[in-house]
Design a protein around this ligand. Structure first.
Ligand SMILES: [Zn+2]
Length: 154
């Protein structure tokens, strides 16, 4: 650890203890060049969120990709970009909150659908048709029907 005073890269640890919550280790160090004592903290690196694909492959969660998918679903619709950005970040936050480290790709798809449902019905159906993998056409039509029922409500 580089000394903050003389810049020497040689020290000895004079004391080492866990912080109160156990989230960090605090170390008192003494520079062997100028004998300055200074403190360092060692923390666990929080690993980034990963998406588990159907084939078991794991990829880093990419909010830009989520946003791109949502934007594609909203093509030619009058949806403000900020609304999509906010929604994409909400999807990320939900994944981190509910899944910690690894989230199945289907769950990401469901969260995206929930956001799109609130933003734009057409975008929602478009996205759903791709990501929910309707088993047959009737299932897709059911979804459309359900959506139009929602729209008819005052
Ligand atoms: Zn020093």
């Amino acid at each position: 650890m580089k000394c903050p005073r003389c810049g020497a890269n040689d020290d000895r640890v004079v004391d080492s203890r866990e912080s109160a919550e156990g989230a960090a280790v605090r170390r008192r160090r003494e520079c062997l060049g100028c004998f300055l004592r200074f403190t360092t903290y060692e923390r666990i690196e929080t690993s980034p969120l990963r998406v588990v694909k159907k084939n078991g492959e794991r990829v880093g969660f990419d909010v830009e990709r989520v946003l791109a998918g949502m934007a594609r679903a909203c093509e030619k619709l009058d949806v403000p970009t900020e609304a999509l950005e906010t929604a994409a970040h909400r999807v990320e936050a939900r994944c981190q909150e509910e899944y910690d480290r690894e989230v199945p790709s289907a769950v990401v798809g469901n969260f995206v659908m929930a956001e799109l449902e609130r933003i734009d019905h057409v975008a929602y159906v478009r996205f759903a048709s791709v990501y929910r993998e309707f088993r047959d056409v009737s299932q897709f039509l059911e979804e459309l029907e359900r959506m139009s029922e929602v729209e008819r409500r005052p």
